[in-house]
Write a protein that binds this ligand. Structure first.
Ligand code: DX5
Ligand code: ZN
Length: 216
């Protein structure tokens, strides 16, 4: 069970401090949300920020690309030091090629689907990927409410993993709190992204501990 704090809700003027803080608090991955103002209605950050964060933490950098035609930037994010590059099925006509490209650069590949997209959209690449991310909110912003219906897809992905012998991790992203995390784990998720729950608190370390306690 891994906790991946999303720096989307961190203090962008103090990113190093906020990354080190969650690493010391026992976070497992650093989740980095890249948005282009087109695939989602918000703009965040690019490969230069990933490169700047690479030397400040030993934790794997889990880069979630919410951008149109992510294949245009996969190489830049790989060079910047991403450990995982996760691309949306809805953002490209060439999901398979995108996954191949990520892997050819020696980076772990992930695929992600929005709440309105069915699992069958990523089924043809499941044997190739290291990570499957099921969005539990519509991407674009932190602090939204968890959409419980998405858990059916987490279950489906967990079942396919079992029956077909796939090896991917199953990640959920959006609205994860000490209350919703349990149902995600029961559905089969093993990596939990949490943005506002961790960072919009005076005690991010305590919040990470609460998430871990909820999983016991
Ligand atoms: C949403 C992003 C999430 C976001 C989650 O588009 O992909 O990673 O940071 O934020 P919370 O945990 O606040 O829902
Ligand atoms: Zn994300």
């Amino acid at each position: 069970m891994k906790i991946a704090p999303s720096i989307l809700s961190a203090d962008f003027a103090n990113l190093e401090r906020d990354v080190v803080m969650v690493e010391e608090a026992g976070a497992d991955y650093i989740h980095i949300d890249v948005m282009d103002g087109q695939f989602v209605p918000n703009i965040t950050l690019g490969p230069n920020i990933v490169a700047a964060l690479r030397p400040v933490t030993k934790l794997p950098l889990d880069v979630h690309l919410m951008i149109v035609e992510p294949e245009r930037y996969i190489e830049d994010f790989a060079k910047a030091g991403a450990d995982f590059i996760v691309i949306h099925a809805e953002s490209t006509n060439h999901l398979h090629r995108g996954v191949q490209q990520i892997k050819s650069l020696g980076v772990k590949a992930g695929v992600v689907i929005n709440p309105g997209t069915p699992v069958c959209a990523i089924e043809p690449v499941l044997s190739m990927v290291d990570m499957v991310l099921i969005m539990t909110v519509n991407p674009g912003f932190g602090g939204q409410s968890f959409i419980p219906e998405t858990l059916e897809k987490v279950k489906e992905i967990a079942e396919l993993k079992k029956t077909k012998g796939y090896v991917y991790e199953i990640e959920v992203d959006g609205g994860v709190t000490d209350e919703t995390i349990k149902s995600c784990a029961e559905a089969g998720a093993d990596v939990f992204v949490a943005g506002s729950y961790v960072y919009a608190s005076d005690d991010p370390a305590g919040q990470i501990q609460k998430l871990k306690d909820a999983l016991k």
